[in-house]
Structure formats: C-alpha cells, structure tokens
Write a protein that binds this ligand. Structure first.
Ligand code: ATP
Length: 272
C-alpha cells in the first residue's frame, strides 16, 4: 500500500495557532481531546467517527487537518482516493480494504481523505453499480461499524457533488462548512502569516503589525481566502526584497491591487 502511494504518512508540526478562523470547528475540537479516541469505549461511548469539512478551496481545510494531528499527537495518514481505483477488477476494493487495515493497525490514528468528492462525486443514493459505488458502500459500512480509534477527516471542496448518504447521521460526527473568511478571520490569518515571516528588524523596519494596520488590510482583502492572504504577504515581502529595503504598507497595497481573488473571478464567470 505504501508503494502504490494510496496512503501517505504526513509529518506536520502545524499548530492550531497557525490556523486563522474556522472557529466552529476549533471549538468543537477543543471540547474533545485525544483520549476521547482511546477511551470512548471504556465509557460505553462509540468511538468517534470523524468530521467532514467542506467549503471554499484555499480556506484551510488541509491546514486544520494537519493541525489536528499535531494537537492530538497522532499519526496522520493521507488517503488518495483517486489512487484507490486501480482499473483492475476487484483490486479497488482490495486497495480500500488494505488502506483501512493499515490505518487500523496504526491506530489511534487520523485518516485524512482529501478531496473525497474525487472518488464519490455523482453517485446517486441508491441503485448505483460500478466500482465507485461499491467502494463507497464499503467505506460507509466501515464508517458506521468501525470500533477502532481511527478518526476520519474527509475534506471536500464541493458538498453538492457528494452522495447524500455521506451526510446521514452515523457516518460523521459532524459536518463543517468553511466559508470565505470574515474580516476578523482575515485579520487573524494576516497575523499568522506576518508573524511567521516578519522577524528580521531590517525587514520589518517601521512597519507595525498593529490592530489598525491589520484592520485596514483586512478591509482591503474582502473576498480573499487564506491561501490568497498568505500569497499577499509573500508578494509584499518580495516587493521589499527586490529593492533590498524594509517592508511598508504600500507593498501590501500594491500586492492587493495585483490580486484578483478567485471568489471574484468565479462570481464574474457566474454573472457573465
Ligand atoms: P484546497 O481544497 O484547495 O486544498 P484548503 O481549504 O485545503 O484548499 P489549504 O490547503 O489548507 O486550503 O490552504 C492553503 C494554504 O493557505 C495553507 O497552507 C495556508 O498557508 C494558507 N491558509 C489557508 N487558510 C488559512 C487559514 N484559515 N489560516 C491560515 N492560513 C491559511
């Protein structure tokens, strides 16, 4: 299973503090800790199943999946659902079985299924035959019946393309929708990425990461996702770097002017 690249072991030291926003999910996680996985059965509770995180691309779904694994000190296994489908009759099911078996052998562990819609989009609720439907059935049965401490994080960009059965009770403990960040969340994300990079006194110069500056930049970045905010910080730094000087607010403003957020591009396409 290792050779096929179906499962990848992800090493990450990302912390929850590296994730801006996503408050509902963070709050939900704070009420639970790793021991929930180990000792649920001791308390007569069923083992946690996992969460489905859907929403806008670039808003931190992958990021928080990694942060959960560091927070709970659990190995993170990324399942590439596309690679499950081998093309050889029968072996796709075998691939899925092997992936589940490996995760259970490593348990307590986190199994992260990124872009789960890649494997199961377009499946109706009933009567589908074919490999994809069979694997889907296999996965749902496992989710429903599993007693091993494998916490599943499934991430998807498009909830509409997922089969409705995925959303039924008993499959995931909770479903979270991640939207475009609000102003407060954009401020948090700016702070995360500035905090990571703006250290050197000669680079920071007189630039202040004050609440006023963050608020001003957050106002000008409406419609930006986390990934675009990160890119903005990097672009502003490049402006300063290319002129071998410290960073200024004008560098951020120029970088903002040069960014058309994907949300705007998409809205324009829909309205065209
Ligand atoms: P995709 O579905 O396209 O994979 P995603 O929602 O999983 O998108 P990430 O891959 O987590 O998004 O985001 C890409 C990068 O953007 C992250 O590695 C991080 O640096 C930055 N980023 C995105 N969202 C946030 C956030 N909420 N807080 C801090 N950084 C963020």
């Amino acid at each position: 299973i290792k050779k096929t690249g179906i499962l990848e072991f992800i090493k990450s030291d990302l912390r929850m503090e590296d994730v801006g926003g996503l408050e509902n999910l963070k709050r939900w996680l704070q009420k639970r800790n790793r021991s929930w996985l180990d000792s649920a059965s001791k308390y007569g509770l069923s083992a946690p199943k996992g969460v489905l995180i859907t929403g806008v691309p670039g808003c931190g779904k992958s990021l928080i999946s990694k942060a959960i694994s560091s927070m709970w000190h659990l190995p993170l296994l990324r399942l590439d659902i596309g690679k499950i489908f081998s093309g050889i009759v029968g072996s796709s099911e075998e691939n899925m079985r092997e992936a589940i078996k490996t995760a259970e052998a490593l348990a307590p562990a986190i199994l992260w299924i990124d872009e789960i819609e890649k494997g199961f989009s377009g499946l109706g609720s009933n009567g589908d035959s074919g490999t994809s439907a069979r694997i889907f059935g296999q996965f749902l049965t496992w989710m429903q019946e599993k007693s091993s401490p494998v916490f599943v994080i499934a991430t998807a960009n498009n909830i509409q393309s997922l089969p409705p059965e995925m959303m039924r009770k008993g499959r995931f403990d909770e479903i979270f929708f991640v939207d475009l960040p609000t102003k407060r969340e954009r401020m948090e994300i700016l702070k995360v990425h500035m905090g990571k990079r703006l250290h050197d006194a000669s680079v920071v110069g007189s630039f202040e990461q004050s609440p006023e500056t963050l608020s001003e930049l957050a106002d000008s970045t409406e419609g930006f996702v986390g990934a675009e905010i990160e890119h903005l910080v990097v672009s502003a730094l490049f402006e300063a770097f290319s002129e071998n000087r410290s960073i200024t607010l004008a560098d951020f403003e120029r970088a903002i002017e040069n960014t058309v957020p994907l949300s705007v591009t998409q809205a324009e396409q829909i309205l065209a």
